[in-house]
Design a protein around this ligand. Structure first.
Ligand code: NAP
Length: 524
C-alpha cells in the first residue's frame, strides 16, 4: 500500500489519519490510501493566486506553449508507468489505459502547438483580440475592440474517476496556456494515475512554482472559498454538479463554474442504410466500441441506439453476436477485451440503473443484469437492452447507466428519430449514420440543438472517422441541459473560460498601438 500525498504550496504533504482506500477493481485488493484531513487547502488557493498566477502571466503565449510541450514530453517518457497505474487502479485494459494516457499526452502537445501559433500571431502581448474594430459613432476615430485578458485567479479542477490522466491534462492545458494556475483534484477512488502524473511533472517538467498543485482526497467545502477571479471546472455526476452550482462562491461571488455531467448519448442508424453496407459496418463497429471501451465508463459512450423498424432485428442479431464474443476479465491477464467497473459502488449503481431501465419497459437481449459470477473484482458483462416503445419510455432517455450498457430503440422516419433524440434533454455527442441527403437534412441540425457535438457517419468517411466517444482537442467537448451546459477544449475557444472579455472603447490609433498593429488579423 502506498500513501498518495498532495502537492501543495510547493511541497508534498500528507493528510492525517487513514483516509480513503484505493483498490484494484479487478481483484478488490487495497493498493493505496490518501487523506486531506488537516491540510490547508485554502493556503494552496492563495499560493496559486499569489505565486503561480504571476509566474504564468509573466510568460508569453509561446513560452506557456513551450511549458506544455515539456509537460507532454515528460508524460510521454513516463507512458508505460502511467499505463500500468491505470490498469492497476482503474482496471483498464492496455488499450483503455493508453486511451486515457495518450489522450493526456496528445492534448498537452496540441495546446503546446497552439501556444506557438498564438505566440507567432500576438508576439509578447498577453491578451487576445476578438474580431475587427467596431465603429461606434459616425466618427471613424472612436471605435471599440473586444479583448480577452487572463483572469488573475486560480482554476480549481475537479475530475471524475474515469479519466484520471486525460481529464487532468485537458483541463490543465487550456488553463495554463491562458495563464491561470491550477489546483487539480482527481476523483479519490482512482487518484493513483493522476498522482503519478503530477509527480513526474514536478520532477521533470520545470513547472513554475504554483502553476500546478494536486489534491489527493476530498476537498471538503473548498468550493465555498473561491473568489470572483477564480474558476471551477467540474466533471462528474449531475448531483455533484448541482451542489457546486449552489456553492456560496458561485451564488454570491460569481465564481465561474463549468459543468460536464451525465449524458444519454444517442447513435442513430439512418433508414437508408442497408444491412452489410460500409455505413452499416461503421455503425456496428462504433456501437461496440462505445459500449465496451473503458467498460462503458465514458461520458461520451453511446447509451441509446436508434434503428429503423425495418433493420432493427438484423442490427440486434449482429450486436448480440459481437458483444457475446467480448472477453471480460482482469486486464492484467492475456487476451482480455474488457475490464471491470472502477469501484464496487459503480457496479452497484450500474445494477440499480439496469433494474430501473427494465422497470421502464426495456428488455435485456444480450448479457445479464447481474454482476459476473466467480470473480474477486467488480465485473459486468456488456448488456444490450431493447425498449419496444421508446416514446413511452422515461428512464431510457433520462437515466445514465455508467457501464457497458446500451438500449436499442426502434423509430419510424427521420422526424420521429429527431424527436426521440431530443428526449435526452442535452447530450455530449449524437452520431448519425446515413448516406441520404434528405435524412441528414432533417436530422443533423435538429440533433445539433441538443448536442455539444454531432458526428455524421457515412460511406465516404467509414474508414477514416474517429468513433463518437473520442474527444479531440480541436473540437469542443460539453453539451447542453443534462450534459451540464458546459464547454471545454475546442482549440483557442477553450482558453476563454480562463479569460475575461472586455470591450475597449477609445481612439482607434491609440487602441491599435496598445493592442498591437495586427489586431484585425486576430482570430474571432
Ligand atoms: P462524482 O461522484 O460527481 O465525483 C466527481 C468529482 O467530484 C470527484 O473528484 C469527487 O471527489 C468530487 N466531489 C464530490 N463531491 C464534491 C463536493 N461536494 N465538492 C467538490 N467536489 C466534490 O462523479 P464520478 O462518480 O466520479 O463520475 C461519474 C459521473 O461523471 C458520470 O455520471 C459521468 O457521466 C460523469 N462524467 C462526465 C464527463 C463529461 O465530460 N461530461 C466525463 C466523465 C464523467 P471524490 O472522489 O473525492 O468524492
Amino acid at each position: 500500500m502506498i500513501t498518495l500525498q498532495s502537492y501543495l504550496c510547493g511541497q508534498w504533504q500528507q493528510g492525517e489519519g487513514a483516509g480513503a482506500t484505493l483498490h484494484n477493481p479487478a481483484t478488490g485488493a487495497a493498493i493505496a490510501s490518501c487523506s486531506t484531513r488537516g491540510l490547508d487547502l485554502q493556503a494552496a488557493l492563495a499560493y496559486a493566486r499569489d505565486v503561480g498566477g504571476p509566474a504564468l502571466r509573466a510568460l508569453t503565449f509561446a513560452e506557456r506553449g513551450a511549458l506544455l510541450k515539456r509537460m507532454s514530453n515528460t508524460l510521454h517518457e513516463a507512458r508505460e508507468e502511467l499505463v500500468a497505474a491505470s490498469t492497476q487502479n482503474n482496471g483498464a485494459t492496455r488499450g483503455d489505459a493508453k486511451f486515457d494516457v495518450d489522450g493526456a499526452i496528445g492534448t498537452l502537445a496540441f495546446y503546446a502547438k497552439l501556444g506557438a501559433e498564438i505566440g507567432a500571431r500576438v508576439g509578447d502581448k498577453r491578451c487576445l483580440v476578438e474580431g475587427p474594430a467596431e465603429p461606434l459613432t459616425r466618427a471613424p476615430r472612436f471605435c471599440g475592440y473586444h479583448v480577452w485578458t487572463t483572469r488573475p485567479g486560480v482554476a480549481l479542477h475537479i475530475n471524475a474517476f474515469n479519466f484520471p490522466a486525460w481529464g487532468l491534462a485537458e483541463k490543465a492545458a487550456s488553463a495554463i496556456l491562458a495563464g491561470v494556475p491550477v489546483l487539480t483534484k482527481p476523483a479519490t477512488s482512482t487518484a493513483l494515475t493522476a498522482w503519478l502524473l503530477v509527480k513526474k511533472l514536478v520532477e521533470k517538467a520545470e513547472l513554475p512554482a504554483g502553476a500546478l498543485q494536486l489534491v489527493c482526497g476530498s476537498v471538503g467545502d473548498l468550493c465555498d472559498h473561491l473568489l470572483p477571479e477564480d474558476v471551477i471546472a467540474f466533471t462528474g455526476s449531475a448531483d455533484t454538479g448541482a451542489k457546486l452550482r449552489r456553492s456560496v462562491s458561485v451564488v454570491e461571488r460569481s465564481t465561474r463554474l463549468n459543468v460536464e455531467a451525465d449524458s444519454i448519448n444517442a447513435a442513430v442508424l439512418g433508414d437508408d442504410v442497408e444491412v452489410g453496407s460500409p455505413t452499416w459496418h461503421m455503425f456496428v463497429r462504433h456501437v461496440i466500441t462505445e459500449m465496451t471501451q473503458k467498460s462503458g465508463q465514458k461520458c461520451t459512450a453511446t447509451r441509446r441506439i436508434f434503428a429503423p423498424t425495418s433493420t432493427i432485428d438484423a442490427l440486434q442479431a449482429e450486436l448480440v453476436e459481437k458483444l457475446t464474443a467480448i472477453r471480460v476479465g482482469d486486464p492484467a491477464l492475456e487476451g482480455i477485451d474488457m475490464g471491470p467497473l472502477a469501484t464496487e459502488d459503480q457496479l452497484k449503481d450500474a445494477l440499480k440503473g439496469l433494474a430501473l431501465l427494465q422497470h421502464d419497459g426495456a428488455v435485456v437481449v444480450s448479457g445479464a443484469a447481474e454482476a459476473m459470477a466467480g470473480s474477486g473484482g467488480w465485473f459486468l458483462k456488456p448488456v444490450l437492452l431493447r425498449h419496444p416503445e421508446p416514446s413511452k419510455g422515461k428512464a431510457v432517455h433520462s437515466h445514465e447507466v455508467f457501464g457497458p450498457v446500451s438500449t436499442l430503440l426502434p423509430y419510424r422516419g427521420a422526424a420521429e428519430a429527431a424527436r426521440l433524440v431530443a428526449r435526452g434533454e442535452g447530450t455530449l455527442v449524437c452520431s448519425i449514420y446515413s448516406d441520404d441527403k434528405a435524412f441528414l437534412e432533417s436530422s443533423v441540425l435538429a440533433a445539433a440543438t441538443w448536442s455539444g457535438r454531432v458526428l455524421i457517419g457515412s460511406e465516404k468517411v467509414a474508414d477514416q472517422a474517429t468513433t463518437p466517444g473520442m474527444v479531440l482537442p480541436s473540437c469542443i467537448h460539453g453539451g447542453p441541459g443534462r450534459a451540464g451546459g458546459g464547454e471545454e477544449l475546442g482549440g483557442e475557444r477553450g482558453l476563454r473560460f480562463y479569460m475575461q472579455r472586455t470591450a475597449l472603447q477609445g481612439d482607434r490609433s491609440l487602441l491599435d498601438r496598445l493592442l498591437g498593429a495586427k489586431v484585425d488579423d486576430a482570430k474571432a
